[in-house]
Every structure is written in C-alpha cells, then in structure tokens.
Design a protein around this ligand. Structure first.
Ligand SMILES: [Zn+2]
Length: 226
C-alpha cells in the first residue's frame, strides 16, 4: 500500500467512525416515536380510613398526621399505622394509613399478604367492596372487625383528561402494557382511570412488580391490544 492509499484508507476509517452509515451500528435503546410510555409506582399494602374507624382505632375525633405527600395531588402517607388480623389470628403489622380520610375504609393488600393472613381476597378496582374480604383492624386505642373492607387492588393507570384524549383512551377502559425488564411480560386487564388532576402513573402491587421485575421509576408501554 503506497502512502496515498494508506492516507485514503485511514481517512475512510475515520469518516466511518464519525458518520456511521444507517444500519451499520447498534441502534440506541429507547421507545419508538409515539409510544405511550407510563411510569410505574409499586403500591405496598396500605389502608384508607373513614372517620368512624379512625375514632375506634385512634380515639374519638382523631386527625391523621401527614408524613409525606404522595405523587397524586392531595394524597399523603400518614404517620399512623394499623395491624391487620385475619382468621386464625395471623396478622400483618405496621400497615401504612394513606390520607386523606375517605367515605369508606378500604384495605389494599397483595395476594401474598392474603395468603399470610389466611384470607380469600378478590382482585377489584378501588371502591368496589361488595363481597370483598372481612378483616380485623387494630390500632393503638381499639380494634374493629370490618366486613367487606379488603381487596387486592387491580392494575390501573392514572391519567389526566388531556393526556387520555391525546392517547385515545377513556375512563374505565382496559388495556395491556408491555414490560421490558429482566423478566419481560405483557400485563393485561389494566384499568384506565381518568381525572383532570391525575398525574400519569401505573399502580401495581408488590406481587406484580416482583413477578415481572418492575420497581418504582420503571416504565411500561401501553400496547392497547396490539
Ligand atoms: Zn392508584
């Protein structure tokens, strides 16, 4: 190879490295344009309380103390915790109370928690408590056995009205999401929940998260039945 050929060869190699030809390099990982990407938050077992149950568990007229704000505007984790007791006296302690106070008390646990408690608990959207499980709640000032208070929360996505319109999804629609993780999966029957104030997030419980390798801050992609 003479000197001119060598220079040309080197120049070509350098140019190839500076301007890789399309298809000649590994494409960057990332969502395709227009992909409907949703951040994930993992819901650990928790309880929403109504005032009558707060009165029994923590004392008459008791008010919850905010520990920290949650992602959705107005929602917070309280300093207060309760103990859940199932049949045969199996229990889960330090279950976080989430505020604000609700009209009806609702306990949300995972399937694994239900097995620990020895309970049969249905998978339900929030608020659908008919024929849900009965639990005994224990607080520092008292306890109460509450029929139809306990569910395994369904997979759901909170989305604002504006974003829902842009993505062509509607309230209560069911979609599927694709999980890219070390345990890839498609999760079905994910409920869309639309409100003006909702910030975009998918809520799943600890069983779902651990099964498919998702953690808080992971993302999924809505596939909408593709
Ligand atoms: Zn939620």
């Amino acid at each position: 190879m003479d000197q001119a050929a060598l220079v040309e060869y080197i120049a070509r190699e350098v140019m190839a490295q500076l301007n890789p030809v399309p298809g000649g390099s590994v494409p960057e990982e990332g969502p395709r344009p227009g992909a409907q990407i949703v951040p994930v938050a993992v819901s650990v077992r928790h309880i929403h309380l109504a005032q009558p149950e707060i009165n029994v568990l923590f004392g008459p007229g008791y008010a919850l103390h905010k520990q920290r704000d949650l992602y959705q505007p107005g929602e917070f984790a309280a300093e207060e915790v309760v103990t859940l007791v199932g049949p045969r006296l199996r229990s889960l302690s330090n279950v976080r109370v989430l505020g604000p106070v609700r009209k009806r008390t609702q306990v949300e646990i995972s399937r694994t928690d239900a097995i620990t408690l020895g309970l049969k608990v249905p998978v339900r959207p929030s608020g659908q408590l008919q024929e849900s499980a009965t639990l005994t709640l224990v607080g520092p000032r008292g306890s109460i056995t509450l029929p139809e208070c306990c569910i395994v929360a369904n997979r759901h996505i909170h989305i604002s009205t504006v974003q829902a319109r842009a993505w062509g999804v509607r309230d209560d629609q069911r979609v599927s999401v694709r999980v890219q993780s070390e345990r890839p999966a498609v999760l079905g029957d994910v409920q869309i929940r639309v409100a003006d104030t909702f910030k975009l997030v998918m809520h799943i419980d600890t069983d779902d998260a651990n099964a498919v390798g998702l953690t808080c801050g992971s993302t999924v992609e809505i596939t909408n039945g593709e």
